[in-house]
Design a protein around this ligand. Structure first.
Ligand code: FAD
Ligand code: UDP
Length: 370
């Protein structure tokens, strides 16, 4: 009946479904959730597009991916500029001249460099061996103590001295007054929410929700020549070689009867005592306006708590350590032998993909397959 059964309506599944349909193939998309869009799903509550599975900011350097998503959505001019709250003191992120000025009163880039060098020298670090040493080498001890140490410990559940240095290198350090968190050419949020963008990708395509592939495998397999599976690869094999681990996040959402809670989409709580890592105020992704351009009288916030993952929890971030990497390779060997089933996406490839990377990967996969 179908050329392809696509398991999962997240970005990987939706992009492949669109490309296959445009190439003249007949496809059926299924998802076990009651909604499309996977982890980028947004739900409209009180006129606000709430990012249900964590805040998502689209950013990319890939022009072809930017052009592709713009076929399905108009992007607004949102630029991610989180604020750090350390025991009531507020600092600009990522680390830039505003941060250095607030921390030390320095005014020029030369003064900021001098201050960082002094603190680095005092700490006696030459070759950074862990996240703590790397952070101090990049921004000095004061910023490490107030803006990095507590936050990182909460986020990863272990001390900075036991974490790899590369994690902190993701964050830009700038000697300019630029608060943009990302070094990307293109950035924004789809007007009307991510769900609408994915809906547009799936326009005219048959979708069945509340349908778990693994629970109805034989029956569903019989419907199509090939299967594109974007669920967890270990679940596909009934965890027979072991369970791949994830880092988990718990969200606590609250609707408040006031128009403005924190004046910014993201505020990071960088001390060790506050139990949450950050608070997202969803309306600021769209400048506080609803779809008709009106100011919204209420607001919705999500507190994020980093938590240890256990089997059965929602899988969020793959753990890229040696143990899990090896286990994935063993599953991949099995997957490569499948004749009818192809694996893709964040869970199917056990890979931390940003949205632009998963779209790029789905486009390449489609080109090869179709
Ligand atoms: P998913 O979106 O997870 O889709 C997989 C789908 O498969 C799901 O809908 C699931 O229900 C379905 N499924 C699984 N198993 C079955 C089954 N047995 N039967 C039927 N259906 C099944 N990226 C950015 O670029 N910017 C950001 O700011 C950003 N923030 C993020 C924040 C968080 C907390 C997380 C976790 C990720 C973030 N990302 C961000 C990454 C982004 O979420 C991913 O790149 C993207 O969602 C991956 O899409 P996917 O289709 O591979 O997977
Ligand atoms: N980080 C920090 N303080 C902040 C924001 C980030 O110390 O206010 C550190 C933290 O260790 C984090 C890393 O910088 O893991 C990378 O930041 P990013 O926002 O990329 O974190 P992610 O949520 O993607 O891990």
């Amino acid at each position: 009946m179908y050329d392809y059964l696509i398991v999962g309506s997240g970005l990987f599944g939706a992009v492949f479904a669109r490309q296959a349909t445009d190439a003249g193939k007949k496809v059926l998309v299924i998802d076990k959730r009651p909604n499309i869009a996977g982890n980028v799903y947004t739900e409209k509550i009180e006129g606000i597009h709430v990012h249900k599975y964590g805040a998502h900011i689209f950013h990319t350097n890939m022009e072809h991916v930017w052009n592709y998503v713009n076929k399905f959505a108009t992007f607004n001019r949102f630029t991610n500029s989180p604020v750090a709250n350390y025991k009531g003191e507020l600092y600009s992120l990522p680390f830039n001249m505003y941060t250095f000025n607030k921390m030390w009163g320095v005014v020029t880039p030369e003064e900021a460099v001098k201050k960082i060098e002094e603190q680095k020298k005092e700490a006696g670090i030459t070759e950074p061996k862990n996240l703590e040493e790397q952070a101090i080498s990049l921004v000095g001890t004061d910023i490490y103590e107030k803006l990095i140490k507590g936050y990182t410990q909460k986020q990863w559940g272990r001390p900075c001295t036991e974490l790899p240095a590369f994690i902190i290198k993701r964050l830009p350090v700038r000697l300019t007054f630029d608060n943009n968190y990302f070094n990307a050419l293109y950035q924004g949020i789809p007007v009307g929410g991510y769900t609408k963008m994915v809906e547009n990708m799936l326009d005219g395509i048959e979708v069945r929700l509340n349908t778990d592939y693994l629970e109805n495998k034989a029956e569903l397999d019989a419907l199509a020549d090939k299967v594109v599976y974007t669920g967890p690869i270990d679940a596909y094999y009934d965890f027979k070689l072991g369970t791949l681990e994830y880092r988990s996040v718990r969200f606590e959402n609250e609707t408040l009867d006031k128009p403005n809670f924190q004046g910014n989409a993201a505020v990071n709580y960088t001390d060790a005592e506050t139990p949450w890592t950050r608070i997202i105020e969803h309306k600021w992704f769209e400048f506080g306006k609803d779809d008709e351009g009106n100011d919204i009288p209420k607001t919705i916030i999500s507190r994020e708590y980093s938590s240890e993952w256990k089997p059965g929890d929602e899988p969020y971030y793959p753990v890229n350590d040696e143990k899990n990497g090896k286990l994935y390779e063993q599953y991949k060997e099995l997957a490569d032998k499948e004749e009818k089933v192809l694996f893709g996406g964040r869970l199917g490839e056990y890979k931390y993909y940003d949205m632009d990377a998963v779209i790029d990967s789905a486009l390449k996969f489609a080109e090869k397959e179709l």
